[in-house]
Design a protein around this ligand. Structure first.
Ligand SMILES: [Zn+2]
Ligand SMILES: [Zn+2]
Ligand SMILES: [Zn+2]
Ligand SMILES: [Zn+2]
Length: 442
């Protein structure tokens, strides 16, 4: 079921910042996976889109941007702000997802399905318990509220045994042959309905219809749909069509109810996609090993060095001002940005670079995080290691212009560091991990 090849560890290299030559050699034995959004999405017909949405729900273990989070541990889903005490059968601690600066509720950005302990996982021996992390998901949230002075980002890690209260032991129906589309559609829908039925019967289906955070308020008419706040109830009722759906939920058997719910959730998600600024547009992230042509990169670098020498010679010949050139060389040239551009040009639509225990590809030479500044795991005290970064390319997919957030949400890079032990703080709760934001400095 592992969708990500587990990565090799590389010892940190010493950097020589005075040297403007880009060193690509550290990539020779790296094993980065890149994540991108498949733009074929735009060509899907109605039924294919429905399957696409079904397969981005929890029991398909997606990596995705936007929509509602596809939670892993349903017994401790993070709470909406001000949701109060939640039905808490297991006495699990639920986190409240609130911006530290403006106190707004954080919005779900993306999640990566990232189990550990694959054959080439050099960190497997460090894991506290591999069996406990058969399923493992990293979630990223941010404050997107307008006018927030210092917007918060939040990373959560959740992990589960293969045998657990929420998901079937077997892998979900997926990746059928093309001519078996109808079969895949039916099987997937059934798989999702079984999943929701189980959650419903165990009282774990108490998430807001709009944002997906857990909450205690229910629609008083149907006694089935949850909402976290008046604001989200209004969105649900007016924009997401609960007004029409509500009446359908009364006097139904569990199976009928769940089957209605699966259909309705699809139309809600469809509507959400078009009309809501409460969530980002939902898109699957495809993750594949990066294929770099290092020879090509080296040749480009040689050419660049040649050009640089030539410019210097020309400046000399024309009695140009060497000082100016040196100034350009020393101050404006950003080796890190140049390297980032050259490497990401191989897969220009990449939004994720994943290499657990690898090294980040800094987008700029400014505000690089020192390894000594990465905080230790607040639960077990072990060190945190790099797991993945989110590139600025993701900003293009978030509909920021349409929702008036264009000037408020921004980054050069977001770098996620997680507990090297992937410790069991994440058992029956969502463990906070570390995220570092690098800005574009002008
Ligand atoms: Zn805020
Ligand atoms: Zn909500
Ligand atoms: Zn209702
Ligand atoms: Zn830990």
């Amino acid at each position: 079921m592992s969708k990500i090849q587990v990565k090799n560890f590389h010892a940190p290299e010493t950097e020589n910042d005075s040297d403007s030559d880009i060193d690509f050699e550290d990539l020779a034995d790296s094993s980065v996976s890149v994540g991108y959004i498949d733009t074929n999405f735009e060509e899907l017909d109605e039924k294919e889109l429905e399957l696409y949405r079904i397969q981005m729900r929890s029991p398909f273990f997606p990596s995705k941007v936007g929509g509602k989070p596809a939670w892993l541990d349903y017994s401790s889903v993070p709470m909406a702000v001000g949701a109060g005490q939640i039905n808490d059968a297991n006495n699990n601690k639920s986190l409240e997802l609130q911006c530290q600066s403006c106190k707004s509720q954080l919005v779900f950005l993306l999640q990566i399905y990232a189990p550990i302990g694959g054959d080439d996982d050099k960190f497997a021996h460090e894991a506290e318990n591999l069996d406990d992390a058969f399923h493992r998901v990293i979630f990223v949230f941010l404050c997107s509220s307008k006018g927030c002075k210092s917007r918060s980002f939040k990373v959560l890690r959740s992990q589960l045994k293969r045998e657990n209260d929420f998901f079937s032991y077997e892998a979900p129906p997926e990746n059928y042959d093309l001519d078996e589309f109808d079969q895949e559609f039916d099987d997937s829908k059934k798989h999702l309905a079984n999943f929701y039925k189980n959650l419903h019967l165990k009282n774990f289906l108490n998430q807001c219809a709009v944002c997906g955070l857990s909450c205690s308020k229910k629609c008083s008419r149907c006694n089935f749909a949850f909402f976290c706040s008046q604001n989200h109830q209004v969105i649900d009722w007016t924009k997401l069509n609960h007004k029409t759906l509500c009446a359908k939920y009364s006097d139904k058997s569990v199976d009928e109810l769940i089957s209605e719910w699966v259909n309705d959730e699809n139309s809600v998600l469809k509507y959400n996609e078009e009309k809501s600024s409460a969530v980002f547009p939902e898109r699957e992230i495809i993750i594949e090993p990066e294929v770099l042509d290092l020879n090509k990169l080296r040749k480009e670098q040689e050419r660049y060095k040649y050009d640089k020498t030539k410019i210097a010679e020309d400046l000399d010949a024309n009695e140009g001002n060497d000082q100016d050139f040196d100034a350009i060389k020393e101050n404006d040239y950003d080796k890190d940005f140049d390297k980032f551009k050259k490497i990401s040009a191989h897969e220009p639509s990449q939004i994720i670079r994943y290499e657990r225990g690898g090294k980040p590809l800094w987008v700029s030479k400014y505000q690089k995080l020192k390894e000594s500044d990465i905080p230790k795991c607040e639960y077990c005290g072990s060190r945190r290691i790099f797991e993945f970064q989110i590139t600025p390319q993701l900003l293009c997919y978030l509909n920021l212009e349409e929702t008036g957030q264009l000037d408020t949400v921004d980054w050069a890079g977001l770098y996620v560091y997680t507990c090297a032990k992937s410790c069991q703080a994440a058992k029956n709760s969502y463990a906070s991990e570390y995220i570092y934001k690098q800005d574009f400095v002008s």
